[in-house]
Each structure stands twice: as C-alpha cells, then as structure tokens.
Design a protein around this ligand. Structure first.
Ligand code: SF4
Length: 437
C-alpha cells in the first residue's frame, strides 16, 4: 500500500508491530511509528516531527527499543494529513510493505566514534535500500531485524537482531563479520568485504525465507540447527572468510553500559557526542522542538536514535556538548550518567494503554526515588504481563495484575509474581524485598 493509497483508503489499523502506514490502536489513540533512515533525524526532521506530533497526536513521542519514534494519540481522521506531512519531510516510506521490513539498527555513534573499526553507515544505507526495493524481501516477518555495528564503544552486542553485520579486524584489513542470532547465542558465519556486506545480509534473509516457508518461524532463533548450516553455506558461497569461532567479534573497547551513555561522551580524550536520555522513553513534542532549535543554533546536522531510549547529538567540541546538554536538561531530559531513571523500564501502562492494569509511569517515578535498592540494578514496571517495554529479564519486575501489583524477582513480566500488593503498599517495597516477598 503506497502513501497515496493509504490516504485514499480508510485507515488500516493493525493490532501489532505498528508503522507509520499501519498504525496501532492503544488506549490514548493510534500509535504511528516513524523509522528515520539509518537511525538519524536531521534537525529539520526533528523540528517537523515535533510539530506533527503536536498537531496530529497528543504531543507525546516515544523512543522505542528498536531505535524508532512513535507519535501517540492520533485519531483515525487525522492520518491523511499526518501522512502527507511525514512524506514531505522524508519520514515515511513509499509503501507499508517496505516500511514493515526496513528494520535496520545502526550503532548510534557510527562515523563519529574514534574507536570503531570503520564507518558502517554506507552498509546500513545500502541494506535499507535493498529492503525498500526488493519486493521478495517484503515477505520477511515484521519483527525480523538487522543490526550494523562498527565495533566501537556504543556497541549493539546486547541488542537482539536476526542478522548481524559487525566490523572486525582481520589480517587483510577491516572486514564485516556476518552473524545470526540463535536461541542460545550469536552464530558468526564468516567475514566479508565492506562493499558486499549488504548483499550477503540480503542473501541470508532470503535463505531464512526459503527454510522457513510453510513453517511457523518468525525469527532466526526459531531455526533448527540444520537450517543454520544452510545459512552458513550461503554466506560461504559469497566468498566469506571462514570465521574463526575461537576469536569472538569483540568491540575495540569494552562497550559502555547504556546507563553510562548519558552526558558528555569523551572518547580518547575528545568529546564526540552528547547522550540525552528520555525518562521511560517518553519525549514530549515541546522537548524535541527545544532540542531541535538548540541543535540548529549550534550548527548540528542531526540527532541519532538508539535502542536505549536515548538520543545522541554528535558534537564537535566540549563547549557544544555542554550547550546541548544544558538545553536538554532544561526540557527535563536526562543528561548525567547512571541516573536512577535510566535503570527503570516502564511501558505507558494505564490509562494510555487499554491493557494496562496499573499506572506504570507514576509507580516507576516513585521507585526511582527509592533507588538504589540492594542487589537491584535493573527494574521493569509493566502494565500487564505482555511486558512490551522489556523482553529481557530484570532484577525486579512490578507487573499489573487484576488484583494489584505483582512483584517478581529476576524474571520477566510474564513470570509468576512472588507477591501481589495494592499500589499503595509500594512505599514498603524496600522492606518487602528484604523480607523476601
Ligand atoms: S505491557 Fe501491557 S500495559 Fe504495557 S504497553 Fe504493553 S500491553 Fe500495554
């Protein structure tokens, strides 16, 4: 469905994996997911997006775990106008099928991180172009994703991907390692030239479609070992150097914890970027507008998105970095490392989401005031057992249940609570945790 066709038809509203052209209904209206190309939002796009969110939505914007943005609170009759404006600023694809599979996550400091092995932005751009134009790839499942990583400090190692492309040092120079996520680990398949990496990634995706035809397989990790071998042979057929399984594809320096990335990023003595966190991933349109204006005044070209509910502004020097952080702090955004709010994931919950059984954001804000809690470095507050904002295990999970707030230790939102308490009892959480509840 093209943008024009989308505008001519009644809104197609799906209950999963929203896009700009396929929005999803939630408690506060439709979610419209915007996927900036290669995870970069030009300053003019940032300013336009803040205005679009204000005019066509309720002014709330989410930063997602797949490095996208979501405009919230859109009504169905506002969609044609919203699509037209997104199209004008290059923030929507030509059709919904291509948009649904253009899931390429790029390391957010690509091209500005002095520790990366090479600038992998051309690889990501070429791969996105293939996904947009090769109709055969539009059969990929909506959650199927690619990551492209230059091997620097802001590494994507801990983020899920079906196909990974990662720069590595090899005897003949820098190569791109090709890997797939299996149920237990990453299976690295071989190393190829930078120029052919996107072609190999496409071949791997096509082989995934071939082996999963007729089977209910939606992610690489669903494949059987024999299927993984088939993919390995496809990579080898593209002239890949066999990968030495004894040598892990490591980043040049120990990857930062996401919580460390807020604030000035000093790499090898130079300030290269400013990391700006959004509490629980919520960015108000007014904050994006203020950031956009400050970035424009400082002469910045773009803001980068990341899977950590943070944005990065590449900066030329400390003075510019401090100036943008000051502007971000004035908008209520997080500009210091290890901020307690950065260790808490919270979905929109009630009342924004129809499935929400608790007011997640209010509970999470109270919880931040109690941090640090002994033995707990990651917290997930989920409105229900679906756990949309975090699929990985957390040290502490508070989940909405029909009878109160479920408390889970070392689990996911779908785990069985060890106790269920009324929201008003959460003031006693530190003692409840100490008593083993
Ligand atoms: S986890 Fe439940 S309450 Fe939270 S956003 Fe997802 S469906 Fe809504």
């Amino acid at each position: 469905m093209s943008v024009d066709a989308a505008m001519a038809e009644p809104a197609k509203i799906k209950g999963w994996c929203p896009g700009a052209l396929r929005p999803m209904q939630t408690g506060d209206g439709l979610i419209v997911r915007v996927r900036p190309r290669c995870g970069a939002l030009s300053i003019s796009q940032a300013l336009a997006l803040s205005e679009i969110a204000r005019r066509f939505g309720n002014g709330h914007i989410d930063l997602t775990r797949r490095a996208n943005l979501q405009i919230r609170g859109v009504q169905a009759d506002a969609l044609p106008g919203l699509w037209a404006e997104l199209s004008d600023c290059g923030l929507v694809d030509d059709n919904a099928e291509a948009e649904a599979v253009r899931n390429v996550m790029l390391a957010p400091l690509a091209g500005v991180d002095p520790t990366e092995m090479c600038d992998v932005r051309p690889v990501a751009a070429a791969l996105e172009q293939e996904l947009l134009t090769s109709e055969a790839l539009w059969a990929l499942p909506g959650k199927f994703g690619f990551s492209v990583d230059g091997g620097g400090i802001a590494s994507l190692d801990d983020e899920r991907a079906d196909v990974r492309l990662k720069a590595m040092r090899a005897p003949g120079g820098v190569r791109i390692a090709v890997g797939i996520d299996t149920v237990t680990d990453v299976a690295w398949m071989g190393a190829v030239e930078l120029q052919s990496a996107h072609v190999v990634a496409v071949a791997v995706a096509m082989e995934f479609l071939a082996v999963s035809e007729g089977a209910r397989r939606v992610r690489m990790r669903d494949l059987a070992p024999g299927d993984v071998d088939r993919i390995r042979r496809v990579v080898a057929s593209h002239g890949a150097d066999p990968f030495n399984a004894e040598a892990p594809v490591a980043s040049t320096s120990a990857p930062y914890l996401a919580a460390d990335l807020a604030g000035l990023m000093v790499v090898r003595g130079a300030v290269v970027a400013a990391g700006i966190g959004a509490p629980f991933g919520r960015l108000e349109a007014s904050a994006l507008s203020d950031l956009g204006v400050a970035s424009r005044d400082l002469g910045f070209a773009e803001l980068r998105l990341s899977p950590w509910r943070m944005m990065f502004a590449p900066v030329p020097n400390r003075r510019c970095g401090e100036a943008i952080l000051e502007a971000a702090a004035a908008c209520g955004l997080i500009t210091t490392p290890r901020h307690p709010l950065m260790s808490i994931d919270a979905c929109p919950g009630a009342p924004a989401c129809r499935s929400g059984l608790i007011e997640t954001r209010a509970i999470a804000a109270r919880l931040a005031g109690m941090m640090p809690l002994a033995g707990i470095s990651s917290v997930h507050v989920s409105g229900c057992a679906k756990g949309c904002s975090r699929s990985a295990s957390a040290d502490l999970v508070l989940v909405g249940t029909p009878t109160g707030v479920g408390i889970i230790r070392s689990g996911t939102a779908a785990s069985n609570p060890c106790a269920v308490v009324p929201p008003g009892d959460l003031a006693r959480l530190p003692s409840l945790l100490q008593s083993g509840s």
